[in-house]
Design a binder for this molecule. Structure first.
Ligand SMILES: *Cc1c(COP(=O)(O)O)cnc(C)c1O
Length: 228
């Protein structure tokens, strides 16, 4: 069985190759280790190797893992799951980042609930780049307005855009969806809104996402193994 060291090195190697092929500087892409459904002990192991950013999808799991790992001073929790408005408080208190803001109401609650004693909460706006009706995320045509509104909230810092593309074996279609997100970021930059983050790419498609401009890839399976 592969050890966590081996899989972590493997993912970093894949990221390195993709960055070189895309002629992007080393360090241009950050690794978010998606630890959902895996025990706190697995997070601790990977932290010991030097990984600091971990992603969770479920509020209750975030709360219990963060409590169990409270001794890890430098750990950085990223919330990447769907967020209901009645569950924002623990996320506002624990997370360093939320990648899945797609409504102003959620952002307003996070801003109000973010403690004054902690730095502002970093957020990405989730965009529905595939247009699937069932998908979370704001429509691409409405993303700019939401970014502007969220940027005005005092305890949040808008860092960028996030997407979960439609699963498809067609690399060109995947690339087109990632390119849509990059295009939105560039459009916002032309309108004077500077963003530094494109959260896109997972275990199976991180190379395509990096080629299309990802600055943060969210990787679970390739690090921790298959989930039940
Ligand atoms: C689970 C999850 C991931 C990680 O997916 P893998 O295919 O296991 O790498 C990334 N992003 C989000 C939003 C997820 O829910």
């Amino acid at each position: 069985m592969a050890t966590i060291f081996t899989t972590w090195q493997g993912v970093k190697a894949r990221m390195g190759v993709a960055q070189r092929q895309a002629r992007r500087g080393n360090g241009a892409v950050h690794l978010l280790a998606v630890s959902k459904t895996f025990p706190a002990a697995s997070v601790r192991e990977l932290y010991a190797l030097g990984q600091r950013a971990f992603g969770e999808n479920y509020v209750q799991e975030l709360v219990s893992k963060a409590a169990e790992l409270a001794d890890l001073d430098e750990i950085e929790w990223h919330f990447i799951g769907p967020l209901q408005s009645n569950k924002t408080r623990p996320v506002a208190e624990i997370a360093s980042w939320v990648h899945t803001v797609d409504r102003l109401k959620i952002a307003e609650r996070l801003s109000v609930q973010r403690r004054e004693t902690t730095p502002p909460l970093n957020v990405c706006i989730q965009v529905n780049v595939s247009g699937e009706a069932s998908k979370s995320g704001v429509a691409p045509t409405e993303a700019a307005a939401l970014v502007r509104a969220v940027a005005r909230l005092p305890r949040l810092r808008v860092r960028g855009l996030m997407c979960i593309p439609e699963p498809t074996g067609d690399d060109e279609r995947l690339a087109a969806q990632f390119a849509t997100l990059r295009g939105l970021k560039e459009q916002l930059e032309r309108e004077g809104i500077a963003l530094d983050t494109l959260s896109m790419g997972m275990s199976s498609d991180l190379e395509i996402a990096i080629r299309e401009g990802a600055t943060m890839v969210r990787v679970g399976t390739a690090l921790f193994g298959a989930r039940n």
